[in-house]
Design a protein around this ligand. Sequence first.
Ligand SMILES: [Zn+2]
Length: 125
Amino acid sequence: MTRKKVSDGLLDYLTQTCPRCKGVGRILSNNSNFIEAERIIHKICASNRQPAFLFKGNIEIASMLIGKKASGLNRLQAETGKKIYIYGDNETPPENFMNIKKGSIKEVEYAFQELENQRKNKTIL
Ligand SMILES: [Zn+2]
């Protein structure tokens, strides 16, 4: 057995493929994740009849989507014709943008408030 093969075996034994970079050694920029998140919003809104949607993502991506004075959020709502809620936190990786609730405006607004309340409680504890 060559030294290369031994070290490859050890590398496989001690490490695993990074779920973030998929072995490339680089991860997507926030700009890429932002573009992907916008694509997801358009796709989900276009393929569902419900009037309201709650999305969850990393706080940085959420901020980019919402934009200054909610300009981004307003544009997304105008483009899709849907009521959109975007919840951002620090725990969600930047590439994990997802739809977590769809339904009536009342239902989705409630789910969004629940998340905001959980955030407030976490801050107090
Ligand atoms: Zn990686």
